[in-house]
Design a protein around this ligand. Structure first.
Ligand code: FMN
Length: 361
């Protein structure tokens, strides 16, 4: 069985310090660890493949054990900033959700770059993505993301342009067609102008679950036009579903966890259709079981990430997801996870064909 809500491991930490936030003041998300996966779950995407290296694994076991094989750091802004006043993160246990209004509290690009360089120097070989944000006071957003690409790109396996956090005023407006196009062009231009000696980090854009059909079409058009490497779907919602029952439900901030799962999977499904499967999609939002992860994969995700689920299920969740995913793949006759990516769409196409009128001549 999966871990019970609020496992002791998580309970002894204050809400500010739980895995939804790390001791260095940087949020982190987990994807999974090759060591725990069967071969059917190991993927090479976005040109990132970190071969299993047992000696590294032993030497940095603590890092791997604590943070799994794949970690995203951020959001990081150019200047350090302290974020919003506390309290700024709230559990909604009855809803298996969290509301946060951190506001990108972080130590700034330079300190984070130094920290990541130290980790690399120690030989830590897991996948480390860096998620970029902008400072609260910055009015020219591109400046901050370009600077993030320049300073943090060299220590990142991939870069995330986060334009969807609800706690920085104006940030989500960067998802509009023109704004997004000019922002992403600036980031890609910066990245492409740098010398990567073959290790150019892919750029992914992270979007909100609160987008209209038109917004999604615009984002898909920009992503295809600029050949962005990938998209993370999704960030937190500012909506408050009527199903919420916890006393903290009226807190201001981004709602995450179980209540956003369906909406976020739906947006992902639409984005897969709009981009015709040409862009790597990362499914995120409310995953707390292998079935949840599988639903996102079938809807179009090539990778998945987990955040709030860890608060309620505990760190064993990743292992449980991998185990259940293998069983689900097997059940549906897939040998490798890549075969399941977008499978719902293919099924729909088949059904549509079945419903096509047959012309009798
Ligand atoms: C406490 C907390 C802090 C977060 N901080 C960030 C952040 O700084 N940047 C970001 O892109 N997403 C941030 N997120 C959003 C998550 O990365 C993720 O998109 C969202 O929580 C949905 O996934 P989940 O339901 O698995 O938690 C944060 C989420 C939580 C709960």
């Amino acid at each position: 069985m999966l871990g019970v809500a609020n496992t002791p491991f998580l309970q002894f930490l204050s809400e500010e310090e739980q895995p939804l936030h790390d001791a260095d003041g940087i949020g982190r998300r987990w994807i999974g660890r090759d060591e725990e996966k069967g071969p059917g779950l190991v993927v090479t995407l976005l040109s990132i493949h970190k071969p299993r290296d047992r000696s590294h694994y032993e030497r940095f076991r603590h890092f791997h054990e604590t943070f799994y094989r794949s970690v995203e750091v951020g959001s990081v802004t150019p200047k350090p900033q302290s974020g919003n006043a506390k309290p700024r993160v709230f559990r909604l246990p009855e809803d298996e959700a969290v509301i946060n209004r951190y506001g990108f509290n972080n130590d700034g690009q330079e300190v984070v770059a130094e920290r990541l360089a130290k980790l690399r120097a120690k030989g830590v070989d897991g996948v480390v993505g860096v998620n970029l944000g902008k400072n609260m006071t910055q009015t020219n957003a591109a400046v901050d993301y370009v600077s993030g690409t320049q300073k943090l790109g060299p220590c990142a396996d991939y870069i995330v342009v986060n334009v969807s956090s609800p706690n920085t005023p104006g940030l989500r407006a960067l998802q509009g067609r023109e704004q997004l196009s000019s922002l992403l062009s600036a980031v890609l231009q910066q990245r492409d102008a740098m010398d990567w000696s073959g290790k150019k980090p892919p750029v992914l854009v992270k979007i909100s679950p609160d987008l209209t059909q038109d917004d999604l079409s615009d984002i898909a058009a920009v992503a295809l036009d600029l050949r962005i490497d990938g998209m993370i779907v999704s960030n937190a919602t500012t909506t408050r579903p009527s199903s919420l029952s916890s006393s903290n439900k009226a807190e201001t901030g981004g709602l995450t966890g179980k209540p956003i799962r369906a909406a976020s999977t739906e947006i992902l499904r639409q984005m897969y259709e709009l981009t015709a499967g040409k862009i790597v999609l990362v499914g995120l939002g409310g995953i707390s079981s292998g079935q949840d992860a599988y639903d996102k994969i079938r809807a179009g995700a090539s990778l998945v990430q987990v955040y709030t689920g860890l608060v309620y299920e505990g760190p064993g969740l990743i292992r449980a997801i991998n185990k259940d995913l293998e069983a689900l793949l097997h059940r549906d006759g897939f040998e490798h996870i890549s075969q399941a990516v977008g499978a719902d769409h293919r099924k729909k196409d088949d059904d549509d064909k079945l419903n096509e009128p047959i012309l009798l001549v």
